[in-house]
Design a protein around this ligand. Structure first.
Ligand SMILES: Cc1ncc(COP(=O)(O)O)c(C=O)c1O
Length: 474
């Protein structure tokens, strides 16, 4: 087991060692990634980094201790509210990310249901595409998540959502856009439904909140999705995604102060003092708040519009290129800069593997149906032609029945057979297979994803993922 070194390491060798550790990391600066890092260019990143460093030690736990942070936080919330259709009544909080914003919105909905409707067993109604953070929130806070299948256009199915509402429902959810296919749910209809049923309506604009308004400002038709829509009672938007802030910055905004007050946690009888906390976390890094404030001020509306246009143009070019490849298709009608590609002809996971092997492209795999997920960022403009060429080659290669594919098919078939006969042994084999994959850190994962598809809904998959995370975290 590793222990803390007896003697401290000198700064130069330490920093070199850490830089070397990055050798196998995602090459986001070269636009190889289609998730996790939103890179707007070095000038912006360096400025935001300096802002972070300037407030590296400050702590936003106690707002009166650092008026600088309090001012920056309230200005970030105000600028976000202004951007997202808020009014003078709008209130919000800065959180550590999309998940925390969603946790807060769900917890607030629970408190609202208790206070206004005496609901003891609260439920929320979600389209199947809603982010897992809502399920996490329900799990943490003891609500029931009712999942409603989406329509054939991958958007929330409003009549089906209506049918899922019952006297215990405290909130319905729509996404702008939803992560899997990048399409915006019919927010106007969902919000009107919430109004009619006298319940809350949360819009998850975590990925779209700092892209959709700028696209609209530059002339793209964007469906209404924000707080200006009657019936929308809260919205989440991440500044650490298309806002280009440092990781650890999102906002959750509420219709009014009454709703936000239900989010706060207070414990007064503590001998350590009266304790009040707006969000999940206690200590909050000043750096993340400063970086968010700096990004919004430094980039400005014009900068965001320029980056949004550049990203959307790149996404549209890529979409056309994908649609021109006969074996591939785009799922849904993407409203923003997220694309989801699938195939009825080739194994799309094989295409993902070939892209990883050929060009070090790092692309997230999706399921139900199998697909690859592409979040386009400003960094992709420069590498678009190379990516398209590699994509064509990857599709061609996937058509050939390679040895890889054969062995994958054999493995999947073996799993299929075993699933019927020997679930216990199957589980063990799959476990060791997944563990081996994780350790090797190889670029090929099609076989694993194929098998995961087979195990979907069997209960074993949940255990496997837990095991997998346990191994991954060390
Ligand atoms: C639509 C949507 N909601 C929520 C989240 C969660 O955000 P985070 O990873 O910052 O917690 C994401 C992340 O991609 C997202 O796309």
């Amino acid at each position: 087991m590793k222990s803390i070194p007896q003697k401290g390491q000198d700064r130069a060798s330490l920093l070199t060692e850490m830089e070397n550790m990055k050798a196998n990391d995602l090459r986001w600066r070269d636009g190889r990634n289609f998730s996790y890092v939103y890179f707007p260019g070095d000038e912006i990143v360096d400025t935001v980094k300096q802002a972070y460093q300037a407030f590296f030690s400050e702590n936003a736990l106690n707002p009166s201790a650092f008026p600088s942070l309090r001012r920056m936080e309230s200005e970030v919330v105000a600028m976000s509210a202004h951007l997202l259709g808020g009014s003078e009544a709008t209130r919000g909080s800065l959180t550590s990310g999309g998940t925390e914003s969603i946790l807060m919105a769900v917890k607030t909905a629970r408190a609202w249901g208790q206070k206004h409707k005496q609901i003891a067993a609260p439920e929320i109604v979600l389209p199947a595409t809603a982010h897992p953070a809502f399920h996490k929130a329900c799990y943490y806070f003891g609500l029931k998540a009712i999942v409603v299948p989406i329509g054939t256009d991958f958007r929330a199915d409003v009549p089906a959502m209506r049918a899922a509402i019952n006297p215990n429902t405290v909130m319905i959810v729509g996404s702008a856009p939803a992560y899997p296919q990048g399409v915006i749910d019919p927010i106007r209809e969902l919000a009107a439904l919430a109004q009619e049923k006298e319940i809350l309506c949360h819009v998850d604009a975590c990925v779209g909140g700092f892209m959709l308004p700028f696209l609209r400002q530059t002339g793209y038709p964007i469906a209404d999705f924000d707080l200006s829509v009657p019936g929308v009672t809260s919205i989440s938007a991440d500044i650490h995604k298309y806002g280009y802030a440092a990781k650890g910055a999102s906002v959750v905004l509420y219709r009014d102060a009454e709703l936000r007050k239900l989010q706060f946690y207070v414990y007064t009888p503590w001998s350590g003092g009266i304790y009040g906390s707006p969000t999940m976390t206690g200590t909050r890094p000043g750096g993340a708040i400063a970086a968010a404030w700096a990004a919004l001020h430094h980039i400005g509306l014009e900068g965001y519009q320029r980056l949004a246009r550049q990203t959307k143009t790149t996404a549209d070019r890529l979409r056309s290129a994908i649609e021109a490849i006969p074996e591939l298709k785009i799922l849904g009608q993407p409203d923003m800069t997220i694309l989801c590609m699938a195939s009825d002809v080739v194994d799309i996971y094989e295409v993902g593997d070939e892209l990883a092997v050929k060009g070090d492209w790092f692309i997230d795999r999706q399921q139900l149906p199998p697909s690859l997920h592409l979040t386009i960022t400003p960094a992709h403009e420069a590498v678009l032609d190379e990516f398209i060429a590699d994509l064509k080659a990857a599709v061609k290669k996937s058509r050939q029945l390679t040895l890889n594919k054969l062995s994958k098919m054999a493995q999947v078939n073996a799993i299929k057979g075993m699933k019927k006969l020997l679930p216990e042994q199957l589980f063990e084999r799959f476990q060791s297979f997944a563990a081996k994959n994780a350790k090797v850190g190889g670029k090929r994962s099609a076989a694993m994803y194929g098998m995961m598809g087979e195990l979907q809904g069997s209960g074993n998959l949940d255990d496997l993922i837990r095991e997998f995370l346990d191994q991954l975290m060390g």
